[in-house]
Design a protein around this ligand. Structure first.
Ligand SMILES: *[C@@H]1O[C@H](CO)[C@@H](O)[C@H](O)[C@H]1NC(C)=O
Ligand SMILES: *[C@@H]1O[C@H](CO)[C@@H](O)[C@H](O)[C@H]1NC(C)=O
Ligand SMILES: *[C@@H]1O[C@H](CO)[C@@H](O)[C@H](O)[C@H]1NC(C)=O
Ligand SMILES: *[C@@H]1O[C@H](CO)[C@@H](O)[C@H](O)[C@H]1NC(C)=O
Ligand SMILES: *[C@@H]1O[C@H](CO)[C@@H](O)[C@H](O)[C@H]1NC(C)=O
Ligand SMILES: *[C@@H]1O[C@H](CO)[C@@H](O)[C@H](O)[C@H]1NC(C)=O
Ligand SMILES: *[C@@H]1O[C@H](CO)[C@@H](O)[C@H](O)[C@H]1NC(C)=O
Length: 448
């Protein structure tokens, strides 16, 4: 297919397609590029087809990534004003709320971790912060949905091991119940900080501070402000899996910047600055081009990991709004990364599918999917950040309705689960063994 189209292009004397056009000096060019990449992403979505389930992506994409994708479409509207995807976004985000309006739909309970739930909650929180068109009056508003996610997670804070923290999994029968992972705690921290900002409610700020300090104390973040994947509560978190993922740095960065915005304190400024400098591990040498250091060089990024750069880009851009002094550090990175990402969007039948590796933009790397599209989309549209207003609050025009009791039903109406088989229970033990192997194995990129 590709060869033939190249051949016919040559016959017609045309030059081969080489990526989408992007001129960072022109808002229209950025919007057009974003629209092409968004179109390429939404092509994967089947949830609005007759007979399909709104909010779900087809295999191999997990439910959480669909939540992340709708977050990127909320961003897309925020940055470009293009309403093309608003209806499917709203439909999906309301269809997946579950019986208690807290993003815990029973269909997903077999893979539902705190982080999975949070990626949908984050999409709702973004929607609240930018006045994304509200749901109908008889349905929960974006703010209430985001609150529900945090409110269901507060009682899961687990002091019984590791001095606190959230476990990765919510249900004992799922693989990874013993793992306390950084992204779950990071999402909780990020959302609590932003809810504190939006509502002005100090309770959220206290939880944000607690989650941050726990991460630090347990060693999931080190003195160089690097974030590691997680630890195991069966060993009371005495050893840490040292793999570094870009989304962990990103989620803590925006949370810390938001806490600085609320407090204007030196301690949060120092934390924000430290995390920001710590993100340098995700930028290739001196190029300012973002890469997923743990898996791009060795070609082992799985389907989830191929989307992680989307969130670092998303949260770096948002950071410039709440902590404006970070802007000069961040923008050159978003610019260089977007330029290379656009060049990498040069594959597939239409010559516009985005590849994974922006560090080698000269040649399409053949890796395509929702994660690749979403990452390119977020980093390209992030270059419009100076043209949009910062996150709203309920004192500065944010219209989303909140609910202090959101998420409280979950404790009183237990969900019914499918029967758990012995195989699943054995699986939990096997995964823990893998996690420990990774902990002992160490990670080379730490020492460079
Ligand atoms: C689903 O949404 C996409 C993007 O908005 C649109 O192109 C497509 O026609 C929709 N399909 C249906 C069946 O509504
Ligand atoms: C749950 O799965 C059933 C069966 O596939 C489907 O009909 C229903 O719409 C799904 N609900 C959600 C919220 O995904
Ligand atoms: C865990 O400790 C925190 C204080 O660090 C406290 O606020 C919280 O209520 C405790 N949680 C439980 C379930 O005991
Ligand atoms: C487990 O770790 C926490 C904090 O890291 C510590 O306070 C606690 O004493 C440890 N518990 C045991 C049994 O060692
Ligand atoms: C904002 O939300 C807080 C907490 O829910 C509430 O106390 C306050 O009255 C709200 N302010 C406005 C202007 O709505
Ligand atoms: C602040 O948030 C907490 C937790 O959601 C809630 O219980 C409390 O009522 C809120 N306080 C105010 C003043 O809104
Ligand atoms: C806090 O964030 C808001 C929203 O972006 C911004 O307008 C304000 O200037 C920030 N505060 C400080 C002290 O920078």
């Amino acid at each position: 297919m590709k060869l033939r189209s190249l051949a016919s292009a040559a016959l017609l004397g045309m030059s081969a397609v080489k990526g989408i056009d992007l001129d960072l000096g022109s808002d229209d060019s950025i919007k057009k590029a974003a629209s092409e990449v968004a179109y390429g992403m939404v092509k994967y979505y089947t949830g609005n087809n007759t007979g399909d389930v709104p909010g779900n992506l087809p295999d191999p994409y997990y439910w959480w990534e669909a939540g992340a994708m709708f977050g990127s479409l909320v961003d897309y509207w925020y940055y470009t004003g293009d309403e093309t995807y608003n209806e499917i976004t709203k439909q999906a985000m309301l269809f997946q709320v579950g019986p208690n309006n807290d993003y815990m739909p029973p269909n997903q309970s077999r893979t539902l971790g705190n982080d999975d739930q949070a990626f949908w909650g984050l999409a709702a929180l973004q929607a609240a912060e930018v006045n994304f068109p509200s749901p109908p009056d008889d349905q929960p508003d974006w703010l209430a949905l985001a609150q529900a996610v945090v409110h269901t997670q507060i009682p899961r804070w687990d002091n019984s091991t590791c001095g606190g923290g959230l476990k990765w999994q919510i249900f004992t029968f799922n693989n990874g119940y013993n793992y306390k992972n950084t992204i779950s705690n990071g999402c909780f921290f990020n959302m609590a900080a932003r809810l504190a900002k939006y509502t002005g409610n100090q309770t959220y700020a206290e939880w944000a501070t607690r989650a941050f300090e726990w991460t630090q104390n347990v060693g999931l973040m080190n003195e160089r402000w690097h974030f590691f994947d997680g630890s195991d509560d069966l060993i009371n978190c005495t050893r840490v899996n040292h793999i570094q993922w870009s989304y962990n740095a990103g989620v803590y960065l925006l949370g810390a910047a938001t806490m600085w915005n609320i407090t204007e304190s030196d301690v949060w400024r120092q934390r924000t600055q430290g995390i920001l400098e710590g993100t340098s591990v995700f930028f290739k040498d001196n190029t300012n081009v973002m890469f997923e250091v743990a898996c791009e060089p060795n070609g082992k990024c799985d389907v989830d990991q191929r989307s992680f750069k989307a969130y670092l880009a998303r949260w770096m851009a948002a950071t410039t709004k709440v902590a404006p002094w970070t802007r000069d550090y961040i923008m050159p990175k978003l610019q260089a990364s977007a330029t290379n990402a656009a060049l990498q969007c040069s594959g597939g039948d239409d010559g516009k599918q985005c590849g994974l590796r922006w560090t080698n933009a000269a040649a399409f790397d053949g890796s395509v999917g929702v994660g690749e599209q979403m990452s390119a989309l977020e980093v390209i549209q992030a270059n419009l950040i100076d043209k949009v207003s910062g996150p709203l609050t309920n004192r500065t025009g944010g219209r989303s309705r909140g609910d202090n009791n959101a998420g409280s039903q979950s404790e009183t109406t237990p969900l019914k689960f499918n029967e758990i088989t012995t195989g699943d229970k054995a699986g939990a033990g096997i995964l823990t063994a893998f996690a420990l192997a990774a902990i002992c194995g160490g990670a080379w990129w730490l020492v460079h």
